[in-house]
Design a protein around this ligand. Sequence first.
Ligand code: PMP
Length: 403
Amino acid sequence: MSTQPTLPLASRTADLVGSVIDSSTSLLASQTHDIVRFAMGSPAPEAIPTEALAEVGRQALGVGASDAYDYAATEGDPPLREALLETLEGTSDATTPERLTITAGGMQGLDLGFKLFVDPGDLVAVESPTYTNGSATALSYQAQLLEVPVDHEGMVVEHLREEAARTGRRPKVIYTIPTFQNPSGATMSLARRRELLELAQEWGSMVIDDDPYGMLRFAGEELPTLHELAAGSPLVFSVRTFSKIIAPGLRVGWVDADPGLGQLLINAKQAMDTCTNLPMQRLVAGFLRGGYLQEHLATQRVQYRKRKEAMQEALTEHFGDIARWTDPEGGFFLWVTFEPAIDTEALFKIALAEGVAYIPGNAFSAEGRFPDALRLCFASTPPDRIREGVRRLRAAVDRQRAE
Ligand code: PMP
């Protein structure tokens, strides 16, 4: 053949958008100079409980443990399912075996949720700003997105009603990150949680309740999860992950969904990956059974509070005159908005040269609503380095203004 054939791509590939967040992992990996990394939402290297994991791993995955390397049950390996059910007992995410499916992290939970409920052209409400990978997953099933503003009480649920009244269209799926939202750090108030569930009930819309940070509260009052408030309503599909509370590289999470979905959820997962990585399920099961999680979380909450405070102090010192930012009570992220506006996408290159990385605001809105904002992860950097990073960020802003 003399000419190169064109690829016979599926039409849905037109709706596949990349993740600026994920791409920053490889971009930063290729940099050789010193960079303060506020970009990725990963726990700090020193927050990974490697000692406990090594000990558990020697037993669960070591010599003689060949069964840990086989295929596993699609719904999850029994030891992990049991350990997880026990861990969740008495918490707002307490659940029952028939509702539980172990997944490859939160992302697979989201993929399953959107796959099961979104047809091409369906309206999916997302927070604005929202977690890029979540909205990208909805888009990959050819959803049409409705961006709903977020304020200090989380998604402005009233806006959903107003939009539906204005356009005559109700979203089939509402995707929310109710607690310590990525990227804003905002937490949906109890009143809004109730309002959202009432609305979903009235409209028959699915709520995809993506709550990876809920166990990382370091200030304020505990709130019931949407899962708990829904009290078994089939309309809430809850997505959880061990990525932020143990380690993201494990790629282990879970979905808590209506048992009425029955075989559908299993069928969808079987068509994706047969089962979740069994060695990592055994490792997580051993970690939970060994009783390591609670102590680990207690330590991390203290660290994250200190880091958030260090970041806020540094922001007050360097950005008090030109920006405002959110005040999260847990989780990993702060959201900074510049006043007067600064083009944070253009700023990124200068910031990288100055030795600091973040995610530009527009990464969190398919409509590009946040050109003047940025997300900072405070969780993965010790306080001294946080202060240095924020200082470098201000130097970058000054350089951009001078150019
Ligand atoms: N949802 C949200 C809100 C997240 O922040 C993340 C991770 N950044 C995920 C889902 C995905 O979790 P995982 O890494 O376990 O796939």
